[in-house]
Design a protein. Sequence first.
Length: 228
Amino acid sequence: MAQPFLFPRAAPSLAPFGPIAFGCFRGPQGFCVNQSSAVEQLSASERKRLLAVARGAIQDFVLHERLPEAPPSGAGQARRGAFATLRLARRLRGCMGRPESSEPLETLVAVCAVLAASRDPRFPAVTVQESEALEIELSILTPAQSFPAEEALARILPGVHGISVSLRGMRGLLLPQVASEQHWGAQRFLEETCRKAGLPAHAWRDPELRIELFTAEVFSESEFAAGE
């Protein structure tokens, strides 16, 4: 059996799982439209399983400070990017993830959920008491496609597409639901993604900027609250 990765609260080691990003804005819960026709959709049972994995990983961390087990070499499961978003009383409490990963999806979801609860720099770590009241939302990403600035701007459908930008070592990403929550149009969404990267809002016009668009399957525990 693979050994769990343990790390002290003061000095976490994320090396086994690669770099993690955060892709949400603080604010009330909103809505989103998501399309991911290029990748097979997850079934309802698969979604419920991933949400259970995320919750179990958070509980295991807040009680025992333990990260999920690293998968054995060559482990199965789909490999896609994923983000875990945590809300408490409908307000953002943490959001962390990776736009792409070589890890099995369940492993990545577990790691992102733990890090959203403990390592989002905008929030203190989730407490045991808070963990019981969290609502977990998962965003499972499709592979991103790169476009020149003007074409990207023409293609962006707020609430459907997420955006990732990078330039000279600076990178920022915002999930599709952010544009819906903030009521942004395409250009404003692109500008805010540049700001997320630490770049000026107008940096999207720089020909050296890499702009990538992706979609996501977005689902939360509230969808299954009635036992669906």
